[in-house]
Design a protein around this ligand. Structure first.
Ligand SMILES: *Cc1c(COP(=O)(O)O)cnc(C)c1O
Length: 492
């Protein structure tokens, strides 16, 4: 077996470079069992032809391989994961215990409503709580992600406008929008039109008023936006859009900053999505299951996807008789396991806990911003909400860039923040600590960032070479993305 090891850090080939022909994971005693003709028993169509190069390994080899991979992976269970806009916060393990309760996991999605009352009640109540938090009375739990929620929300806007006989053509988006927003608009058949942000990092109302006309279906804003700034003129922006017959969509993926403190419905917003896998503390990342419920105001309720969970005198039931519905956007009921975790989170936190979480998220981001100011350039002055944006303007004097700083953080044991986003800040570093980090962890991160700022002055070349402590040195990012080399040096 090819393997190299030093300092208890193991380097090994991918699973395809390991094992040997005929090696198996489990030995089953076949003596005395009748021979089975698989083609005859299951039908020839059910048989798979052999896969060339399929790895053949023993059980301990497989276990060690995957355990090693899990150790190479940096996750929120390892240390601070300050990716801005991603809300990488701790997922309380009680949520996991709830999601694993047999009454939920053993339920089949085709079971009749009468045999699924517990799950239906959970979904009904979760929708109600999310409506309460957003101030928007309608809710669908079906969408599987934030971007899927955006698509669903825009479909509803489109259906409502079409019903008025006025489908419209454009969606207005501030230049601070998350990348999924214009993508969803285009995916839904709209033209995406950009509105510039002003010096305070907020929507420019003058430009909004100029561009808002009766060809615009909706304004799509993220609040708080990707600069970590609360769009305090949102009510006025909504009035401008409503006066011209448009809708206001709010990307609520950053709800972590405002949950329990402010409600989108009260700000004049008509529809928003929430990322349960961010603000509501369910696991996320790696493209795993998520949930992006959508909450809507009264006017859009008839267009919600079906089925909708309704409470009747006889219990909970799934209603499909909605003639104006946009239809189904997910098989069965969405990612119910994620919904369960979010419901457990809300129940364990309660209204006060949710509010405190938002407050702590905001204080933590402002603490980082205040302590790093001077060491790093702060493009948007004033308090931020749940995340702060810095850039490399000071370090550029020493030819050190945001990328070098990010790689330097790896050498100091931290996952880098989101970099070069939002696009409107040159060399942006977008830092979101979340509320679940202790002051000690925040201080350790801040000290690493300050040490890197010093290193940029005293020894910039060492940062160009970073990371030097990781299993891998700096990759050529373009080649790594376009032409990935998926085997390691040991396999070649
Ligand atoms: C994460 C995020 C999204 C997209 O959510 P997905 O679940 O990844 O599709 C959209 N908008 C904002 C502001 C986000 O932070």
């Amino acid at each position: 077996m090819k393997q190299s090891q030093k300092g208890l850090v193991f380097e090994e080939a991918t699973i395809f470079g390991r094992g040997s022909a005929g090696r198996v994971g489990v030995d089953i005693q076949m003596d005395g069992l009748p021979e089975l003709d698989l083609a005859e028993t299951f039908g020839i169509d059910a048989l798979r032809s052999p896969i060339a190069g399929f790895p053949e390994l023993s059980e301990p080899e497989v276990i060690r391989h995957y355990t090693r991979l899990s150790q190479w992976n940096y996750g929120v269970d390892s240390n601070l994961y300050p990716l801005g806009s991603c809300t990488m916060k701790h997922n309380p393990r009680v949520n996991e215990a709830v999601a694993r309760m047999a009454g939920f996991t053993r339920l089949h999605p085709m079971q009749p409503d009468t045999a699924a009352q517990g799950t239906l009640r959970m979904m009904h109540d979760l929708a109600l709580w999310l409506s309460e938090l957003t101030g928007l009375p309608g809710c669908t739990l079906q969408p599987a992600a934030g971007a899927h929620g955006e698509f669903t929300g825009l479909l509803m806007i489109r259906a409502a406008l079409t019903k008025r006989g006025d489908a419209r053509k454009k969606i207005l988006l501030p230049d601070s929008a998350h990348g999924t927003n214009p993508a969803s608009a285009v995916y839904c058949g709209y033209e995406a039109v950009t509105i510039k942000s002003n010096a305070a990092g907020k929507i420019d109302l003058v430009e909004l008023a100029e561009k808002m006309d009766d060809t615009v279906a909706a304004l799509m804003v993220t609040n708080p936006n990707t600069l970590g700034v609360f769009e305090s003129d949102i009510a006025e922006a909504a009035r401008i859009v409503h006066d011209r017959g448009g809708f206001v969509y709010c990307d609520g993926a950053n709800m972590n900053a405002v949950m329990g403190k402010a409600r989108f419905g009260d700000m004049g917003i008509d529809v928003c999505h929430l990322n349960l896998h961010k603000s509501f503390s369910t696991p996320h990342g790696g493209g795993g299951p998520g949930a992006g419920p959508v909450c809507v105001g009264k006017e859009l309720i008839p267009f919600l996807p079906t089925p909708v969970v309704v409470k009747t005198e006889d219990g909970y039931t799934l209603a499909t008789d909605r003639p104006d519905s946009v239809g189904r956007v997910h098989a069965h009921f969405g990612n119910v396991g994620i919904l369960l975790r979010a419901a457990a989170y809300l129940l364990t936190m309660g209204p006060d806990g949710i509010r405190e979480a938002a407050e702590a998220a905001v204080i933590n981001a402002n603490y980082i911003k205040a302590r790093l100011k001077g060491h790093y350039h702060v493009p948007i002055e004033g308090h931020c909400l749940h995340e702060c944006v810095l850039n490399d303007q000071i370090q550029q004097e020493h030819h050190v860039s945001t990328l070098d700083i990010a790689k330097g953080l790896i050498d100091r044991g931290f996952h880098p923040p989101t970099i070069y986003f939002p696009l409107i800040v040159k060399g942006a570093m977008m830092i979101e600590p979340t509320e679940t980090e202790s002051k000690e962890t925040l201080d350790a991160f801040i000290e690493a960032m300050i040490a890197i700022a010093e290193q940029a002055k005293s020894d910039p070349d060492s940062l160009h070479a970073a990371p030097t402590m990781a299993v891998r040195r700096r990759l050529d990012e373009a080649t790594a993305a376009r032409n990935p080399e998926l085997t390691c040096g040991l396999c070649r």
